[in-house]
Design a protein around this ligand. Structure first.
Ligand code: FAD
Length: 317
């Protein structure tokens, strides 16, 4: 079932999660162990992130360094198929532009359709750590907008080989990312919203937000979207703060602000265990307010740690 249909049919705020593939060489059991404790809250869909290649330097005989491309967390598509097969829960693979030619993207989407996966979250992807900015594949998509347009064409039976007739239309529900605190590269909020609207106009049916810890930022973002003619559901993405280091780590990685009250309470915590309690309590408060305001779904970035998500879900669902 498509995410958009889950949202349309919902009589209450839905529960969904995002998980990461395990590190290469680890078993898929870690994925199941992360999902099982959350099944009682009936996740409507489960997103699985995509991780592109990284470059590392390996020391070789004679002391010279070889630049090697590695993918630390492969397996997104396989995990999605396994989730659908094992739990009968809709899986949403994240599809990124980076590292893919247009043809590879198209072939990956065909694989997804053949597996019965009819949801995707279309993203540009982050830049490789060793590169100063995002560099698309020479024959790949530059922006998530281009990817959305590509998928929308396939949904209308138009593939890259335009001389082949009678192509079967795909049937993807397309989700996209939105940033209540602005995407880090956007010169200002207005331009970010302009491109967000272009993605929606190109066929995206819902938005999932970057994590935020101040609900006000989410409500203001939704208002701004509505004023700019973006009328699709906007699903809040929530991360539970679980350790003291995240006070600096989360703003650095995700370009978000932490509210003063949260910062002070985590600072005061004597160790990570206490900091985690503060984070769980904060997320319960955030979730309750979001539900009271009638948000369509709460989407939890579990990062594979289900116990804190379980504690929040128990309080709010
Ligand atoms: P875009 O929508 O392409 O936007 C990127 C930047 O370019 C923005 O500043 C935007 O304002 C600007 N822009 C957009 N279109 C245009 C245009 N046509 N012309 C000029 N400027 C434009 N990353 C991963 O690698 N794997 C994942 O699984 C993953 N999952 C994510 C899930 C969510 C919910 C979120 C919020 C992010 C996720 N990311 C993931 C991170 C994401 O890939 C990065 O934030 C990336 O830098 C931007 O992706 P985007 O799809 O928002 O890009």
């Amino acid at each position: 079932m498509k995410v958009i249909d889950h949202l349309k049919d919902a009589k209450r705020t839905l529960f969904s999660i995002e998980i990461l593939p395990p590190l290469k060489g680890k078993s898929i059991q870690s994925i199941f162990d992360g999902i099982d404790p959350l099944l009682e809250f009936q996740p409507s869909f489960i997103d699985v992130t995509y991780h592109r290649e990284e470059y590392v330097y390996k020391k070789r005989e004679g002391g010279y360094l070889e630049k090697v491309s590695i993918r630390k967390r492969p397996g997104t598509v396989g995990i999605c198929a396994a989730i659908m097969n094992r739990y009968k829960i809709d899986a949403v693979p994240h599809i990124i532009c980076g590292g893919f030619s247009k043809e590879e993207t198209e072939n990956a989407l065909i694989d997804l359709q053949f597996l019965g996966i009819d949801n995707v979250l279309a993203l540009r992807g982050d830049s490789i750590k060793t590169e100063p900015g995002f560099v698309p594949d020479p024959d790949g998509h530059h922006y998530a907008l281009d990817l959305v347009q590509h998928i929308d064409k396939m949904n209308n039976g138009i593939y890259l080989e335009d001389d082949v007739k009678d192509m079967a239309p795909t049937n993807f529900c397309i989700g996209i990312a939105g940033y209540p605190e602005k995407h880090m590269e956007a010169p200002n909020m207005a331009s970010d919203i302009k491109f967000l609207k272009m993605k929606v106009d190109a066929g995206a049916e819902y938005i999932v937000t970057q994590m935020f810890f101040d609900n006000k930022k989410y409500f203001e973002f939704v208002d701004l979207c509505r004023k700019n003619g973006i009328n699709v559901p906007i699903i809040p993405g929530l991360k539970i703060l679980t350790g003291k280091k995240q006070l600096t780590g989360l703003p650095k990685i995700f370009h978000i602000d932490l509210p003063e009250e949260l910062y002070e309470n985590v600072e005061k915590a004597k160790d990570d265990k206490e900091a985690k309690e503060v984070g769980i309590d904060w997320c319960i408060r955030q979730s309750k307010e979001l539900i009271a305001k009638g948000v369509p779904c709460l989407h939890f970035y579990t990062m594979g740690l289900s116990d804190s998500t379980r504690r929040v879900a128990k309080e709010v669902f």
